[in-house]
Design a protein around this ligand. Structure first.
Ligand code: PMV
Length: 348
């Protein structure tokens, strides 16, 4: 089908990894498999306008707007993304694109927008591709959207599908691949349904070391081999836990993964520290709260100082009270974001 012009608006959420991806090979191949909860409220909304060029030419033509303003400093990232996906999307050079994106979470919140932003853009591109090839199956559509998102930012591959998503080959996950993420297909125990994630914003600034630099430092890292094995083992252990609802084991795996991720940063060369004193204050208070109340709330971290507080929906009131009584004091300007497990990318 020949397409001249049009536009698509898509939204895609952020995600929070339970078993972390940290370290990659060439072509955005992960050094170990990872699994994440897809989030709901924290998302990017992206409009892709396209217009057929008079002659295809040899360059990518696009403008990029972020929250209504033209953003030149973001263009190299998109240029690089287009270069990487060119061989899989040979139509790109035929169009002029106007890409406009916004996030539902505050710009300076320390929440990385690469996962939601890159998956939203990949999802828009797949809608264009589907318009040109309408016979495409839903499965192919999602798989390729995740495949393209991966080439934008590894963790973005896990933001296309819903709820629990695995990226990277693992023997316990049927159909898993290093090239794209797949939904976790086993029946998930009700303890983990509609799981809550409250993001405590400890530090809203730009982090000093980007995640791509961090991934790179896993090359030649003294603990790399053990870390990749640990992530594989943790995913093996997590699979039955997600089915049988064993929250205690869930907590020990998830908190252990978060600390291992940061331990890798602290033991790379050069070493670096992304957590802040208030990150540790919050962690200690979560441990004390869990001991005192028996409520199964636990933390995880991504590549930054903010703390993700994960808990079952049944404990929402008690945990929110704990947050407002104790934890807000350690959040920058008292800010936190309430989120929960969500549905993945959508065409609006
Ligand atoms: O997708 P990237 O390259 O920004 O890497 C993200 C890595 C972590 O967020 C730290 C872990 C993960 O699996 O999401």
């Amino acid at each position: 089908v020949k397409i001249e012009s049009g536009e698509f608006t898509c939204q895609a959420p952020s995600n929070i990894a339970l078993v972390k991806y940290w370290g990659k090979l060439e072509d955005q191949i992960p050094a170990n498999p990872s699994i994440s909860f897809t989030l709901d409220n924290c998302k990017s909304i992206t409009t892709l306008k396209f217009e057929k060029k008079k002659s295809a030419g040899d360059s990518f033509d696009f403008d990029f707007y972020f929250e209504g303003k033209e953003k030149e400093d973001f263009k190299p990232k998109i240029q690089k993304f287009f270069e990487r996906i060119d061989q899989y999307c040979p139509y790109l050079k035929q169009f002029h694109f106007t890409i406009s994106s916004e996030n539902t979470f505050p710009h300076s919140s320390g929440i990385a927008s690469s996962a939601s932003g890159m998956s939203a853009l990949a999802f828009c591109l797949m809608n264009l591709e589907k318009e040109m090839a309408p016979a495409m199956t839903d499965e192919y559509f999602k798989r390729k959207a995740s495949f393209l998102a991966r080439l934008g930012s590894g963790s973005a591959s896990r933001s296309i599908d819903r709820e629990l998503v695995v990226w990277g080959e693992h023997s316990a996950i049927e159909g898993s691949s290093d090239l794209y993420a797949v939904p976790f297909k086993k029946q998930v125990h009700e303890n983990f349904r509609n799981f809550q994630d409250t993001i405590l914003l400890v530090d809203k600034g730009e982090k000093q070391v980007s995640s791509s630099a961090g991934h790179h430092l896993m090359h030649g890292h003294p603990f790399a081999k053990e870390r990749f094995q640990q992530a594989n083992d943790n995913l093996s252990k997590l699979v039955p836990v997600l089915e049988n609802g064993d929250i205690e084991t869930f907590i020990s795996i998830v908190e252990g993964e978060a600390l291992s991720l940061h331990a890798m940063m602290m033991s790379s060369q050069p070493y670096f520290i992304l957590i802040k004193p208030n990150t540790l204050e919050i962690i200690n208070r979560i441990w004390a709260f869990r001991k005192k109340t028996g409520i199964s709330a636990c933390f995880t971290l991504d590549a930054g100082a903010n703390v993700h507080l994960l808990y079952p929906e049944t404990h929402k009131d008690a945990v929110l009270e704990f947050i407002s009584n104790e934890l807000v004091a350690y959040c920058q300007n008292g800010h936190y974001i309430c989120d929960q497990v969500g549905d993945g990318a959508k065409l609006l």
